[in-house]
Design a protein around this ligand. Structure first.
Ligand code: HEM
Length: 528
């Protein structure tokens, strides 16, 4: 009689590749217990890969199987440059995860990042949240539900408008004056090398402390990250970028109820936020002067105008988000501006000439006057294009109806897509063959270019400007950070001669969610 056992089976023995497993023995059972799930797992991945509607899009083979591939790209700390190489190899659409496409298609940036409420942030963002009273709580950045996001944003959005931010200029002038005094005393007078990159970080954090609750943290005063906040902020941002590739990891790491394995809290800064709010509500905040408004004051007003949304817990959330979202992004931008300009002496000299013909040393540059300088404007724009602080794909879920790409193919609803400011900012069909070069002059009107042609060019280029995101989730703090950059950069250049200690310096970068940067050892000399 023919055996009913599958081939390779006989009398409780399974033969694979000439090796016999006795499945009735304990060792055999254990082996089967390992092999069977592995085969099932492999088959599951294989079927998912073969049947995925995204299979038609090119990309690394492993990326189509597992998100571990993209997690590894983030671990490498070279994420954005690696993604760029993939686009050079595969074209504008690259599959970088089983269900994720990275698009270098500025022509549809306004479709993916818009205000219609249909495009929702993916779970990538959810790990940027905290557990409060046992409940996971999201803030404006991490809230994915668009209705809830609009509710959180409504009470505070006007406080980030240009007029609200301009009202903070006296605060800014004070902190800029302090910055100059520290540099003068610590580096110019003793003729010491300044770790200028680090100081731009201390300044950015103290600046946000002042405009957020009229209190500097003291990083400039102490000349170091004395409470570890800056280091913790780096860890939190890296955690966001890493866990975001496989969002369920966060539930096992930071959000598990037994022992949280996520990055530590920025405890000192949180303490200062709570103390400031408590003192302000009691009318006992000695740092606050009513003629100089700050965000804390604005948020307390929001509590009166929107009591159904804003309570004291929400105020703390708004205050902390300002710091986490705004300090390092602006510091990264300022470092990039000085690094790339100083490495290009033609650019730096041109910027210096323009600035010095308009501003005096040791006088904080008035925003209105700085904003009118065309070359400064060009250098700021080029920095934002060339070294966007956020240098990772900003993921969105394709809504019902799908997304039609310029080649006519349709990405089905439920897939994840997104654009990376670093990639679209270097798109050669928009910015030209020299898109990989730092060249602020590209932002100026060319000889022979009419006003209309220039406007059209800028309109096109703006479609590829995603440094602050876009649509209803666009960066809320962009007016503030731009104002900070426009004011402090000319003030520093008007006050000091700034030179790289080693003109061949190659700085350190770590490209994850933020493209973090370190370096810029400089000699500063007083001009007169
Ligand atoms: C050069 C400086 C900055 C850059 C490059 C930057 C970049 C960005 C980007 C790309 C997003 C959108 C992320 C996404 O859609 O996935 C964003 C969101 C956000 N940013 Fe910024 N940011 C900067 C400064 C600031 C500052 C100074 C603040 C606050 C004081 C701030 C507050 C926020 C907030 C609250 C959001 C969430 C907005 C929302 O979803 O409604 N940012 N930022």
């Amino acid at each position: 009689m023919a055996s009913v056992l599958p081939r390779g089976w006989s009398n409780g023995t399974w033969s694979v590749g000439g090796v016999d497993f006795n499945v009735s023995s304990n060792a055999g059972k254990a082996t089967i217990a390992v092999i069977a799930p592995s085969i099932a797992c492999f088959l599951w991945f294989w079927v998912a890969y073969q049947t995925s509607p995204l299979r038609k899009y090119p990309g690394p083979f492993l990326a189509g199987f597992t998100n571990l591939w993209r997690l590894w790209q983030v671990v490498s700390a070279d994420y954005a440059p690696r993604m760029k190489k993939l686009h050079e190899k595969y074209g504008p659409v690259v599959r970088i995860g089983p269900n994720l496409l990275d698009l270098d298609l500025p022509e549809i940036s306004r479709v993916v990042y818009n205000t219609d409420g249909k495009w929702v942030k993916s779970d990538f963002y959810k790990n940027s949240s905290s557990v409060i009273d046992g409940k996971i709580t999201y803030h404006m950045f991490s809230e994915c539900d668009n209705v809830e996001h609009a509710r959180l944003k409504r009470p505070v959005v006007r406080h980030y408008s240009v007029p609200s931010v301009l009202a903070m200029e006296p605060h800014m002038d004070k902190v800029i004056a302090d910055f100059l005094a520290h540099l003068q005393k610590r580096y110019v007078e003793p003729k010491k090398v300044c770790e200028f990159g680090e100081w731009l970080g201390y300044y950015a954090w103290d600046f946000l402390g002042i405009v957020t609750f009229s209190k500097k943290f003291g990083y400039m005063e102490q000349g170091r990250d004395f409470d570890g906040t800056l280091a913790i902020a780096d860890q939190s941002i890296d955690y966001l970028g890493l866990c975001g590739q496989m969002p369920w990891l966060d539930y096992w790491l930071d959000k598990n109820p037994i022992y949280a394995l996520g990055p530590p809290n920025i405890a000192n800064v949180t303490g200062i936020a709570i103390q400031s709010m408590t003192a302000r509500l009691k009318g006992e905040d000695k740092n606050f002067v009513s003629e100089k408004p700050d965000f804390l004051q604005y948020f307390i007003e929001s509590k009166s105008t929107h009591p159904e949304i804003v309570d004291e817990g929400k105020i703390i959330g708004y205050l902390l988000l300002n710091l986490i979202a705004g300090a390092d992004t602006t510091a990264i931008t300022m470092r990039a501006l000085f690094y790339h300009s100083l490495k290009n002496p033609r650019v730096f000299n041109k910027l210096q000439d323009e600035v010095r013909s308009h501003f005096e040393p040791f006088q904080p540059a008035p925003h209105a006057k700085a904003r009118a300088l065309p070359y400064l404007d060009a250098v700021v724009r080029e920095t934002l294009r060339y070294h966007p602080a956020v240098s990772m794909i900003m993921e969105r879920i394709v809504p019902p109806g799908g997304l039609t790409l310029p080649d006519g193919s349709v990405v089905p609803a439920g897939s994840l897509v997104g654009m990376n400011p670093y990639i679209v900012g270097r798109n050669k069909s928009i910015f030209g063959e020299d898109a990989d070069d730092f060249n602020p002059d590209r932002w100026l009107q060319k000889d022979g270019e009419t006003d209309l042609q220039f406007d059209e060019r800028m309109k096109l280029w703006n479609t590829a400007h995603l440094t602050f995101g876009g649509g209803s989730r666009i960066c809320l703090g962009r007016n503030l950070s731009l104002m900070e950059v426009w004011k402090v950069v000319p003030t520093l250049i008007a006050t000091f001669d700034i030179a790289l200690e080693n003109p061949n310096e190659v700085w350190w970068t770590c490209s994850r969610w933020f493209c973090r940067n370190r370096g810029l050892s400089c000699r500063l000399r007083r001009r007169f």
